[in-house]
Design a protein around this ligand. Structure first.
Ligand SMILES: [Zn+2]
Length: 348
């Protein structure tokens, strides 16, 4: 008998989750109707996506702007060496793997950058957002959007052997800006670039995020852990600390200003975590003819191309250009240098 989520019947493949008293048949039915968006699909995202698809959510949208690289394989559990060879975008590789895991879930892998111009289009109509990004600008942007739209989201971050997570329930709990006033300037806080990261801490933080997600999606908000969980798997520390109450003066959830959303904070150039790279994005609606670009750049260096992106190795830099005009410039941490390479080789 064919089974799917639309019939309303709970397929037997979810029997162990239905047996679990916290979820039961009704909770599972709700999970099967739910729509979840993941912002990012790197280390945290691959673990989250795998758990959510196996748990039988209705729709999982995976939004990621990046492609798979060899140094990802140490912790990004959905990807393999073939994805590296094929230079596959992470969202595409993840969607392909996860379809084979659970064909009942509607999985949408989108190769896109979540920014002030695109976020409403990408996240509209979802029940829950999971943070799987690697930078503060994106998290503050997600926070602005989620608080304004009243969508719960779950923060998660890792570096080294340390990780931190807490849920944000708009109008119930503190938001990200109640906890952290603003994003630290680039280069101030430790990153995967400077401190590295181990796979186990990523898996633990992502698992906690998904546990909170399942509580929310199954209708058990009363079980949500309204505290900040921090752990360090190397130093053997595990702390759970109270979230502050929502701050009436918080610019986001208190005063209802959304500077990341209206584009007055945040930037079009981002130094990427874990790599000697800078991302440059173009305004919404831009598109680039990759065949045309390949012809122009061919005399200058080595060009690799697939359906989703073009990669040019020129002068010791590697430029990866996506069809929406976005580029990742590898070989520099300097946003200005990356911008000038972009202008020189791709256009302004
Ligand atoms: Zn707030």
């Amino acid at each position: 008998m064919s089974q799917d989520h639309s019939s309303g019947l709970v397929p037997s493949r979810y029997s162990r989750q239905v047996l679990f008293a916290g979820i039961g048949e009704e909770g599972q039915s709700r999970i099967m109707q739910s729509r979840i968006a993941m912002v990012g699909c790197g280390a945290l995202g691959t673990v989250q996506a795998s758990l959510l698809v196996r748990a039988g959510v209705g729709t999982l949208r995976i939004i990621d702007r990046d492609f798979v690289e060899e140094s990802n394989l140490q912790r990004q559990i959905l990807f393999d060496e073939e994805d590296v060879r094929a230079v596959l975008p992470k969202a595409v590789a993840a969607e392909k793997k996860l379809r084979a895991v659970n064909s009942l879930v509607n999985i949408e892998g989108l190769v896109e950058d979540v920014n002030a111009a695109s976020i409403a289009r990408l996240l509209d109509g979802f029940d829950l957002i999971l943070d799987a990004t690697d930078n503060f600008d994106a998290r503050f942007l997600v926070n602005d959007y989620a608080v304004k739209a009243g969508i719960p989201w779950v923060y998660g971050a890792c570096v080294g052997s340390y990780g931190l997570t807490f849920p944000v329930l708009p109008r119930e709990t503190a938001c990200l800006r109640c906890v952290f006033e603003s994003a630290p300037p680039p280069g101030v806080s430790p990153s995967c670039d400077t401190a590295g990261v181990i796979g186990p801490v990523v898996s633990v933080i992502a698992a906690i995020q998904v546990a909170e997600a399942l509580k929310i999606l199954s209708g058990r908000r009363d079980r949500v852990n309204r505290r900040i969980t921090t752990l360090d798997l190397w130093e053997n520390r595990h702390e759970v600390i109270a979230l502050p109450p929502p701050n009436p003066d918080c610019p986001c959830c208190g005063r209802h200003e959304y500077p990341y959303l209206d584009g007055s904070l945040g930037s079009d150039v981002t130094t990427l975590c874990g790599r000697n790279s800078v991302q440059i994005r173009r305004r919404e609606g831009t598109s680039i003819d990759l065949n045309d670009l390949a012809r122009r750049l061919e005399p200058l260096g080595r060009i690799e191309k697939n359906r989703f992106l073009l990669r040019a190795s020129i002068d010791g830099y590697q430029l990866t250009v996506f069809a929406d005009g976005r580029a990742i410039v590898n070989g520099t941490y300097d946003p200005a240098a990356a911008k000038s390479l972009y202008a020189r080789y791709i256009g302004s």
